[in-house]
Design a protein around this ligand. Structure first.
Ligand code: HEM
Length: 472
């Protein structure tokens, strides 16, 4: 199977070392630049600008100048070849955006702190160590959909369902049952805090955090709740010495192989919250979009059901079944292509540097337009069509970095294997039991932290097989 790292696929259409021309997006206003249009619909704006003006663009949000790069060669330069020159945009001394919530965790840290934490955390997410979690994922999925058998004609919002399901999966794998009673509160706290962080970063008119506005107070309240919960779990585990074999245990026991040092409480809090936040909304949206694409492509759905019936029959899916479910995996890969949960990746040039013949001054902020790369007509035949079978052909003609749903280079997603286990397993489990049909006319993508369906996706559930639920 294709791993989403640059360089794992054969480049056929891109010339490395190509030169690009930087185009200024027209229409910026004196003070606000392009903030008005960008804020209204960031996803549509970056897609439209790219189609209209090209692969290398410059625009302004208030006083900040940003570059939008939508070509695999530029993505590869920034994320892989010159990764050490392009850092995250967060400064631990003045936290903004996601850093307000995630502190100095893997997503938001840079430099030596990030290197040390990545060394500690990466082995926890190694493919072989995760396989043991697959059964737990399936059990949680079974329990969640056990309630679906009633009032099946009543549409449910499948996006909200997938969000609740993946939150349950990550909280069980992270904290076993310790937070089971708080899931609704956690879900709300994450939603409020991440939306706040996103808005504070992208909206030049966002009021400063010290002002006693209703939103600022609510943000502080939900952060207080999450900090209290996580710190008390850490203290309890450290105090009792009890072990549950979950991710929190692995974080507590993890040691830097170079220095032998573990993580402090504050570092544990930041990493636990980071994994919690990064590890559920992305996968939930990927699943929601996959159900939407299946519901709007009946021929693909028939092939999906055929594969599940042939390979699984009435048997619950396990990690061992995944190699025998190539079409299910291809669906997931193709859905990640058309609706990448992280549709843009942001970096800042630490020093003056040249990419694709363009000289970027130190401090330049770059957006890699993953959404655009994934639909680039120079690299994808029929780029806007949902064609899972493109992933089944042996000779995929892809350029490096034309497909980066999990990012690329040293900062690529540490949870890639987790997501590629969880996504196809939950698809198989649910698809085996239910045929999900669309019950709403319009579904619109919206970039709000991740790429989500703006008003959810209403679907009806039509039972296919009634299978016994295993005991947890
Ligand atoms: C379909 C699901 C997922 C997608 C599409 C996704 C996407 C991404 C992307 C694009 C990045 C790189 C961001 C950048 O370069 O700035 C990233 C980083 C990260 N992801 Fe994921 N992710 C997914 C699932 C997960 C899961 C399940 C976990 C944890 C259980 C996770 C944890 C992380 C962490 C900790 C990072 C930061 C890595 C670092 O900077 O060292 N992600 N993810």
């Amino acid at each position: 199977m294709l791993l989403p790292e640059c360089g794992t696929v054969r480049p056929v259409m891109s010339d490395s070392g190509s030169s690009f021309k930087l185009v200024d997006v027209p229409g910026g206003l004196p003070l606000f630049g392009h903030a008005g249009i960008f804020k209204k619909n960031p996803l549509q704006t970056i897609a439209e600008w790219w189609r209209r003006y090209g692969d290398a663009l410059r625009f302004r949000l208030g006083s900040n100048t940003l570059l939008l790069f939508s070509h695999p060669d530029l993505a590869e330069e920034i994320l892989v070849r010159q990764a050490d020159r392009f850092v995250k945009v967060y400064d631990p001394r003045r936290p903004v955006g996601l850093a307000l919530v995630l502190g100095n965790g893997l997503v938001t840290s840079s430099g030596e702190v990030w290197k040390r934490h990545r060394r500690i955390i990466q082995p926890i997410f190694h493919r072989t160590r995760l396989t043991a979690m697959a059964d737990r994922m399936v059990q949680i999925g079974e329990q969640r959909i056990a309630g679906w058998s009633e009032r099946t004609e009543q549409p449910i919002d499948i996006a909200a369902e997938m969000m609740a399901l993946t939150l349950e999966v990550i909280s069980h794998t992270m904290f076993t049952t310790s937070v089971a009673h708080h899931l609704d509160q956690i879900s709300r706290a994450l939603r409020v805090s991440l939306r706040y962080a996103f808005d504070s970063f992208h909206n030049p008119l966002h009021p400063p955090g010290w002002l006693p506005t209703r939103r600022n107070r609510e943000f502080r309240r939900v952060m207080g709740f999450m900090d209290g919960l996580i710190y008390s779990l850490i203290a309890e585990r450290r105090g009792s010495g009890q072990r549950h074999g979950d991710l929190l245990d692995r974080l507590l026991d993890a040691r830097d192989e170079e220095t032998g040092a573990g993580l402090t409480d504050q570092e544990l809090r930041d990493e636990a919250l980071t994994i919690f936040a990064a590890g559920h909304e992305t996968t939930a949206n990927a699943l929601a979009w996959t159900w939407y694409l299946l519901a709007t492509h009946p021929d693909v759905k028939a092939r999906f059901h055929e594969e599940l019936d042939r390979v699984l029959g009435d048997k619950r899916p396990t990690a061992d079944d995944l190699p025998n479910l190539p079409f299910t995996r291809a669906l997931f890969d193709e859905s990640l292509r058309l609706f990448p949960p992280a549709p843009a990746i942001q970096r800042k040039a630490a020093t003056e540097t040249t990419v694709g013949g363009l000289t970027l001054p130190a401090g330049s902020v770059v957006l890699i337009g993953t959404y655009n790369l994934h639909r680039h007509p120079a690299f994808w035949p029929d780029p806007d069509r949902f064609l899972p079978e493109r992933w089944l052909k042996g000779d995929r003609s892809l350029s490096r970095c034309a497909y980066i749903p999990f990012g690329a280079g040293p900062r690529a997603c540490v949870g890639t294997h987790f997501a590629l286990l969880e996504g196809p397993l939950l698809l198989a489990l649910i698809g085996q039991r239910y045929d999900l049909q669309l019950a709403q006319e319009r579904v619109e993508p919206q970039l709000m932290v991740t790429l989500r369906p703006k008003d959810g996706i209403l679907m009806t559930r039509h039972p296919r097989r009634r299978l016994a639920t295993s005991a947890a």
